[in-house]
Write a protein that binds this ligand. Structure first.
Ligand code: DC
Length: 345
């Protein structure tokens, strides 16, 4: 046995501030950390563990979960993290020191591998808002002019909705949804700066834009396991490059530490007209009244679902684009992004 001391890190987010959820997440985290590193064995001994949690975790001491689970046999120290603007909420971090390890295997669960904004290497812009507010048009233009990657997160929910539809899965069939999710490969690639979405290896870029897929995407996006899978993918993509992401929960959930956040809206009438023009330009048959009703029903679905509903982040800049041209919105956002980028240099 070598007598080097290794430091193993781990972190997890917690679904809600309840004893049950805190206990479950922390036990899973420490259990994985122990098994991945072969701790508690003759050769690899944990000697000390520090646990820290964000101040929004109040229902249960995370350290108590570690103690009660019995998986880590060493002294524990627990502390509360100071509030850091924009840092990942509901997060528990552990640091274990152990002797005898040749290398440490760090463990990050439930999307917890998100750096604090002050330590973050990449730059992200979050654009949230309801359907038809112009998010994707604006985000594409900004990404091009600012040399950033555009991530259309709605396309990912559309691909999942399409897969569930093709597999004959109903929105109330939780077991079926989870089974399909495990068996679904969604990937996002960039060709000449354009995002391509592949579902099980097939380019579904055109199909997911069809009208019938919008409702499917909205319905299945309310399912927690669907969101968990896609949020993790989105965070990973954003951790690898400078990104502009558009969606419903980017500023509130996916990247709460994004340095620039916008909430783009427009009146229902204007949004329905834009969607109608877009669909008819592509040759889809539709009537304005139905498109408007669909927009209203999606607005309701997206903002009333239990998990990460569409909501303006407290620190997002709200822009109502009803009476603005695309160029005006782009100019306003560019100014803000450049200012924030400048502050980081
Ligand atoms: O932006 P879009 O219309 O392509 O999105 C399709 C649906 O996906 C939308 O009705 C809600 C859902 N969605 C979401 O819940 N969270 C996101 N970040 C993006 C989209």
């Amino acid at each position: 046995m070598n007598d080097k001391i290794a430091v193993i890190r781990g972190a997890t987010t917690v679904n809600s501030d309840t004893a049950k959820d805190i206990c479950e997440s922390v036990t899973e985290l420490v259990g994985k950390l122990v098994s991945e590193n072969g701790l508690n064995t003759e050769d690899n001994k944990p000697i000390f563990c520090i646990i820290s949690s964000t101040a929004d975790i109040t229902a249960y001491y995370p350290a108590r979960a570690v103690r009660e689970s019995g998986v880590l046999d060493c002294p524990l120290f627990s502390c509360l993290e100071p509030p850091i603007k924009g840092s990942l909420p509901m997060c528990v971090r552990v640091m274990v020191e152990a002797v005898g390890l040749d290398s440490a295997r760090h463990v990050y669960l439930r999307g917890a591998k998100v750096l604090r904004p002050d330590l973050c290497g990449t730059f992200a812009v979050a654009i949230d808002g309801p359907s038809g507010a112009g998010k994707s048009t604006i985000a594409k233009l900004l990404a091009k002019s600012l040399n950033m990657t555009y991530l259309d997160t709605g396309a990912m929910y559309r691909a999942i909705g399409l897969k569930m539809h093709n597999s004959g899965i109903n929105i109330s069939d939780e077991a079926g949804i989870n089974r399909i999710l495990c068996d679904t490969d969604i990937s996002v690639e960039y060709k000449d700066g354009v995002q391509k979405v592949y579902l099980d290896g097939k380019d579904v870029g055109e199909e997911i834009r069809k009208h019938y897929v919008s409702k499917l995407a909205s319905d299945f996006s309310a399912i927690e396991s669907v969101r968990k899978k896609l949020v993790e993918m989105q965070r990973k993509i954003a951790s690898e490059r400078d990104c502009i992401l558009d969606g419903r929960d980017i500023g509130t959930k996916v990247l709460p530490n994004a340095p620039v956040k916008f909430f783009l809206t427009a009146s229902t009438e204007v949004r329905a007209k834009r969607r109608y023009d877009e669909l008819t330009a592509k040759g889809e048959k539709c009537d304005f009244v139905t498109v408007k009703k669909d927009i209203e029903s999606r607005d309701y679905n997206d903002s009333h679902r239990k998990v990460d509903p569409l909501k303006r982040a407290a620190d997002a800049i709200e822009i109502d684009s009803s009476d603005m041209s695309v160029e005006q919105v782009v100019a306003k956002m560019t100014e803000e992004i450049e200012r924030k980028r400048g502050e980081r240099k």
